[in-house]
Design a protein around this ligand. Structure first.
Ligand SMILES: NC(=O)c1ccc[n+]([C@@H]2O[C@H](COP(=O)([O-])OP(=O)(O)OC[C@H]3O[C@@H](n4cnc5c(N)ncnc54)[C@H](OP(=O)(O)O)[C@@H]3O)[C@@H](O)[C@H]2O)c1
Length: 293
């Protein structure tokens, strides 16, 4: 039996991990789902005793401060969750010999590239959120532990608030919409990432001499702008809403975003033998799910 702690289990990724696990039904895994109410990751003492009492073999850290614009003014709280707490998790993991799968972001890059980012490319975050997530990565890497950091992008799911649900709602309310076309990336359907996480977790458990620790990129396959993504959401839903491409200056937001954040997935595909769906195929599945709720 292996004990897995999932933090932030009520967020988009956490809930998608629950869904995937409930379909897997692997009796060899005992999963402990926690969120800010049951286990605040900024509280080192609680973390330490939870990991110790439950003999946690693997921590999947989905907890994060994800309000990118709010973070520009709420800097201390953002760093507390995305950096200091990750450092605490890493220290506990070292103390109790647990492994970690930690989720990070494409926002560690400045977006000046025009070819997909590899894990080894230089980071240069342009927002408080991106800086805090990068500091969390560094805190983890500094500890001599078994870790996997997965950088992902444009996450959406059946849960919480996300771009797919927002555009679906706006299309049902309006005749026209403006969406930015000068930010290019790739959407990630959270259940696809959740599947990848369980594959990686099993590899970590089955390979006693695990030599694959490090940073990995994960998103769906392909490339699009937010505008293309919105048009696809409208088309799949059958909305007739007129969607107009506009540049980022049209909307005043507090945090800067990278103009280009496509992630190169070669390393994760080759290392863990993953098959990753094309973003439009996953979007069709997601919309079916969202419309059936
Ligand atoms: N969403 C995206 O587009 C995106 C893109 C790239 C990377 N990521 C990364 O992917 C991961 C998962 O994102 P997500 O979209 O699933 O996030 P999410 O839906 O915002 O969920 C984050 C969860 O973390 C919990 N949390 C916050 N502070 C906590 C604390 N101190 N202790 C314990 N739990 C705490 C939140 O609980 P409360 O609601 O109770 O605060 C929430 O349930 C994060 O690491 C994020 O940085 C996300």
């Amino acid at each position: 039996m292996r004990n897995i702690l999932i933090t932030g289990a009520n967020g988009q990724l956490g809930r998608s991990l629950r869904d995937i696990y409930s379909n897997m039904n692997d009796a060899l895994l005992q999963i402990h789902y926690t969120d800010s109410d049951s286990l605040d990751i900024t509280d080192l003492e609680s973390l330490d005793s939870f990991i110790n009492n439950n003999k946690i073999d693997l921590i999947i850290n989905c907890a994060a401060y994800t309000a990118v614009d709010k973070a520009e003014e709420d800097i201390e709280n953002c760093y507390k969750v995305n950096s200091i707490a990750v450092s605490n998790i890493a220290k506990c993991a070292k103390k109790y010999n647990s492994s970690i799968i930690h989720i990070s972001t494409d926002y560690v890059f400045d977006g000046k590239s025009h070819i997909p980012y590899k894990e080894s490319d230089s980071t240069n975050p342009v927002s408080v959120y991106g800086k805090s997530k990068l500091e969390g990565e560094i805190a983890l890497i500094e500890q001599d532990i078994n870790y996997i950091i997965i950088r992902t992008s444009w996450l959406y799911s059946l849960y919480g608030t996300n771009f797919v649900k927002t555009i679906t709602r706006l299309c049902s309310e309006r005749d026209s919409l403006n969406v930015v076309y000068d930010q290019i990336g790739t959407p990630t359907y959270a259940p696809d990432l959740a599947n990848a996480i369980f594959t990686i977790a099993k590899t970590m458990f089955n390979d006693s001499n695990f030599l694959k620790k490090g940073i990995y990129n994960f998103s769906n396959l392909g490339v699009c702008s937010w505008y293309d993504f919105a048009v696809a959401i409208a088309q799949i839903n059958g909305f007739k809403t007129k969607i107009t491409p506009v540049d980022s200056n049209t909307f005043v937001v507090k945090a800067k975003r990278p103009h280009y954040s496509v992630l190169d997935k070669t390393k994760i595909i080759d290392t863990f033998k993953l098959t990753i769906p094309y973003w439009r195929d996953s979007l069709k599945n997601a919309i079916k799910g969202i419309n059936s709720i």
